[in-house]
Design a protein around this ligand. Structure first.
Ligand SMILES: [Zn+2]
Length: 380
């Protein structure tokens, strides 16, 4: 803190970024107020206050941020954004910077895009053994469409990156089109969507297919054109990975049909639909068993919160035999859900309950997931 006060804006900004990276934060918020500048870090999805800096630092920090992000330094009245690569000893981090004029000065938000490195490197998504073996088996397929689904912030991208890391071998050509590229993987050709320059998911994908890929990753299917191309690529000998914004696995086929993909093509192309949520883990240092579940009251290791890190909770719908027929006949999601359970795969609510019984997550979080799953099923 003292060193931050005495430092130049450049040193202070570097130190703030370095600390955020070391603490595993995903975002830095620098917010000028009436009397001071508040610095908060987002970690495991939650904002935490880190420093209060003197008011006079606000302008210097916003100038420094604009220099880092190659923005117009003289402009203070309109929002701006930029990006930079930041080196911190053991790694290079992609920082997305944005400044927004507010009444007490410019608010700065820095997104640390390689922040999920640990999550991906450890291969610890949080799948149950029966889910992980199905996931790995489907990745071995030479063609077909694998989808991850869930709301924003449910960890879909981390799952896709984990899959790519598992598939990354010298003998296969892997190409991705993403918006933005959040995590760089050596040996994979990654293309960033640039709507302003006319490079959309659809146009990027069209170009990608001409580059003789074995495996394609499409960050997200948002429109009919992208959906059709993903299905076509999956049917012509490519393994295609993508994400879709739906609440659960059994709703995904219908969502793609709503976008205009014919049921018979989808039935032939789909191989696996994953749905997921991200939940905070119980702190492994202070959790203790109470009945069939666990409690954590907080300790030094978890800053007194009882939670440390996050885990994914999953459900996996494998598209084979019966499910394929159901999709071909546009069966309602409830029937796909029943087939999933009959195949021995737990649904989201069961997976959450198991995670709570193992002490990975709190019983209250498991109950929340189960309630949400029931609500989503009712709405389908
Ligand atoms: Zn603890």
């Amino acid at each position: 803190m003292e060193e931050l006060l005495a430092a130049s804006a450049e040193t202070a900004m570097n130190e703030i970024c370095r600390r955020a990276i070391r603490e595993g934060a995903s975002d830095i918020h620098i917010e000028p107020g009436r009397n001071d500048v508040r610095v908060r870090f987002r970690r495991d999805g939650l904002l935490e206050e880190r420093f209060l800096l003197p008011k006079h630092m606000a302008e210097k920090l916003s100038v420094r941020c604009k220099v880092m992000g190659r923005m117009n330094v003289a402009e203070t009245r309109v929002p701006q954004d930029g990006s930079t690569l930041f080196s911190d000893g053991d790694g290079e981090y992609d920082l997305r910077l944005s400044v927004l004029p507010s009444i007490y000065g410019e608010t700065i938000v820095v997104r640390i895009l390689s922040g999920q490195v640990d999550f991906i490197e450890r291969h610890q998504l949080g799948m149950l053994p029966v889910q992980e073996s199905l996931f790995l088996r489907c990745l071995e397929g030479r063609s077909g469409l694998i989808l991850t689904t869930g709301p924003t912030g449910s960890g879909k991208t981390s799952t896709l990156y984990t899959a790519l890391k598992l598939l990354n071998r010298p003998e296969v050509n892997i190409i991705s089109v993403e918006d933005p590229v959040e995590y760089r993987i050596g040996g994979i050709t990654q293309v960033a969507v640039n709507e302003k320059a006319g490079l959309t998911f659809a146009s990027g994908l069209r170009a990608l297919v001409r580059q003789d890929p074995d495996i394609l990753m499409i960050g997200e299917i948002r429109d009919r054109e992208t959906a059709e191309m993903a299905v076509h690529a999956a049917l012509t000998g490519h393994l295609v990975l993508s994400s879709l914004h739906t609440n659960n696995a059994s709703q995904a086929p219908l969502r793609l049909m709503d976008m205009g993909v014919p049921a018979y093509l989808l039935a032939a192309a789909l191989s696996l639909v994953i749905s997921q949520r991200l939940v905070r883990c119980l702190c492994p240092h202070c959790r203790r068993q109470e009945g069939s579940y666990f409690q954590a009251d907080g300790c030094e290791y978890c800053d007194g919160t009882g939670r440390r890190g996050r885990t994914g909770i999953f459900e996996l719908l494998e598209v084979t035999g019966a499910v394929r027929e159901q999709i071909r006949h546009t069966a309602p999601p409830s029937e796909l859900h029943r087939s999933m359970k009959e195949s021995g795969q737990p649904d989201m609510a069961e997976a959450a309950r198991t995670a709570a019984e193992e002490g990975r997550i709190a019983a209250s979080d498991a109950a929340w997931i189960a309630g949400e799953a029931e609500e989503n099923a009712g709405g389908s």
